[in-house]
Write a protein that binds this ligand. Structure first.
Ligand SMILES: [Zn+2]
Length: 122
């Protein structure tokens, strides 16, 4: 199998890219991810493969402007790697390298701070 290399951008709701990763994968049609807030309907984050072959997947997740609702008790608003995603069975291969294996330090720090704020009550 041959590998392809993609640039992945991590884009906020304002359209600003806050981090970049280089992903090396066998995937031919990589899936970019649009994070859709299930409370306000806003697309609040995008993990975007820079490729004409990319297709978009919508991830339903609570944005950082909301505390979630009664069905969101295990979620952390604004997290890209929320628990639902990590345990979902329908995720395709493309999601994992972006969120876990290739996530740049800026994104890991962001995830840590969001998680720590909730877990420590900060
Ligand atoms: Zn929201």
């Amino acid at each position: 199998m041959s590998y392809r290399e993609y640039t992945v951008l991590y884009i906020t709701r304002t359209g600003k890219s806050i981090a970049e990763a280089t992903v090396r994968t066998q995937i031919t049609y990589p899936e970019s991810i649009a994070y859709f807030c299930r409370h306000c309907g806003e697309v609040w984050f995008r993990v975007c493969f820079v490729s004409p072959d990319t297709v978009w997947r919508v991830a339903s997740a609570v944005c950082d402007k909301h505390e979630g609702g009664p069905y969101d008790y295990i979620t952390i608003p604004g997290c890209l790697m929320e628990d639902d995603f990590l345990h979902a069975t329908e995720l395709r291969e493309a999601f994992w390298p972006v969120t876990l294996e290739y996530a740049p330090l800026e994104i890991l720090k962001r995830e840590f701070l969001l998680t720590a704020a909730v877990k420590l009550g900060a």
